[in-house]
Write a protein that binds this ligand. Sequence first.
Ligand code: HPA
Length: 271
Amino acid sequence: MTRKQLEESAAYLRDRGFEEPEIGIVLGTGLGKIVEDIQDQVVAHYNHIPFFPLATVEFHSGKLIYGTLQDKKVVVMQGRFHMYEGYDVLDVTYPIRVMHLLGIKKLFISNAAGAVNLDFRKGDIMLIEDHINLQGGSPLAFKNVAEFGDRFVDMSEPYDPEMRKRIEEIAGKEGISLKKGVYASVMGPQLETRAEYRMLKILGADAVGMSTVPEVIVANHLRLPVVAVSVLTDECDPDNLEPVDIEEILAIAGKTEPKMIKLFKELIKTL
Ligand code: HPA
């Protein structure tokens, strides 16, 4: 990854009309419907954007969508790159740097995650307050990182407190029950064993998933205020563990998505 490559990616998008987006949004697995609310859309397929990570076959649908949401210019990643697909951590976070170059001032992230905290239920939404990086790598561990910003990036408050507060207020007003907690990111793609769920609980995780943390680290590197929510799709109870059912995970994500859309749309209104 070089600055020149990032600039070429951004220039390609600007030429197609991605002009001065204010907000970037990353949509998690099974969470694509907010796109239907975006007006005056311009779409760029990941495969066509210079220097974007080369998409895998199953990932042909990945695209960046630019348009207007609640009277604000947004750029939305429909589909993200995961380490479990074989991408490295620089690939996974490349689009965040491109959206930043395009000019976004805030970043919203969503994901599907398992509930490690057994007070939480599938279908709940969890506002991420902090995280534990268990993916075994950092998107800042590369030779020329100093050209892009600090190397020893502060992570004492990785999720923007002001936007978090606003999301909590919105949830209260809209009657959305909002959980809060710590998200642990694992590499995947296999789900966790019972022993691993017990470990995650001991470590202090409330939810577990396979994304988000690299993107949040890069947002902090860029000093880009970021918030993230998990849509909890399964309950990770080691003593009553059921075999994973991806269809069910997707169905729960879809059913829960309207609450997430509400939170994001109302948050945009406050910006
Ligand atoms: N573990 C890891 N990732 C997940 C899970 C889980 O239980 N559910 C949804 N994404």
